[in-house]
Design a binder for this molecule. Sequence first.
Ligand SMILES: NC(=O)c1ccc[n+]([C@@H]2O[C@H](COP(=O)([O-])OP(=O)(O)OC[C@H]3O[C@@H](n4cnc5c(N)ncnc54)[C@H](O)[C@@H]3O)[C@@H](O)[C@H]2O)c1
Length: 348
Amino acid sequence: MAKYAVGVIGTGAQPGGNEETGMAMGYRHGDSYQVLESCELVGCADVVPENAKKFADTFGIEVANTYTDHVEMLRDVDLDIVSITTPIPTHAPIVLDCANEGDLRAIHSEKPIADRWGDAKLITQECARQGIQLTIDHQLRFSEPVERAMALIEDGAVGEVRRVEASRRDLFEAGIHQLDLCSYFTGDVPAAWVLGAIDYREEERRNGVHIEGQALALWQYENGVYGLISTGHGMDSIGALNRVVGTNGEIELDFWSDEPLRIRRTGKGWETIDCDYGNPLEEGVAHVVNCLDSDKEPLLSARRALIGTELAFGIYESVRRRGRVDLPLDIDDNPLVTMIESGDLDLA
Ligand SMILES: NC(=O)c1ccc[n+]([C@@H]2O[C@H](COP(=O)([O-])OP(=O)(O)OC[C@H]3O[C@@H](n4cnc5c(N)ncnc54)[C@H](O)[C@@H]3O)[C@@H](O)[C@H]2O)c1
């Protein structure tokens, strides 16, 4: 018998979707648990009944354990682990329901952790208080390019890390992965300050959150390492999705290109490191489950996730304050949303 009973909240309509139709990340999580001998999928919930039913059929979940209301599932089904793969604004309330209504060992939620800074901190604290392992699916940490890059950094291949750089479509919905990797390459220490600018001339939303058209920001971690990000219309200025600049060279990561990883050591030309993307989501789930049997803090822990998340909200806050923001952040809201609602960010 499997050791851990697993439930999924927010199954999605069907696998193989895209950003417009929904990516059905629930299926990706489901596949990842299904390959683990220690886990058995025994429950699922989705507000759309057909979605829950289809997911249950796919993964052999009993009809009786298929719900449209996740709270009912948490009360009725004896679960150890829950994956949350719903739209972003629902993450925090569903994590709290899981913590309060279930008797869980672990919650593995999709990114970003929450759509307001106060909620991100609250659910992290509440799960820690109740001894529940809360992890966030910043799965790129388990991609092969990142694993190889970390090994090179730890071997001193680029000397001491001095600056991390990132680019992506936006700061928060997709770019949270890049901000998270900046933290990872810097040793998961919090940032000390952040200074940022954004442009929001056209309204755009993804997965239930507003995303800016363009952002540019500089920050410094408590260990002195600098960070730099450019998103949206200006993202090409960086030239890679993530870059690590050290005293003796630099590493570039471009996950989905022909050259996912390359290194330039001082005095030498660029060297391509042969590697694939791998299956980081599956590896991340396996890691999260394994951590339940050890005292190790997961690489995807909510504490680590908060570092990149604080940067995203900190950049929005810097725009609101029109200046540098010293961290830790002392706000609870999502400053981007507050500024849009108050008219402070004028749409053209
Ligand atoms: N880690 C990654 O690389 C990655 C990639 C894509 C999406 N995501 C994240 O995954 C999450 C889901 O995205 P998706 O593309 O899979 O969405 P999706 O629309 O395909 O699936 C979400 C499902 O949640 C259901 N749902 C909505 N509210 C619910 C609620 N309150 N209770 C139960 N079910 C509810 C919807 O009916 C839908 O079936 C988002 O947070 C997104 O940011 C992460």
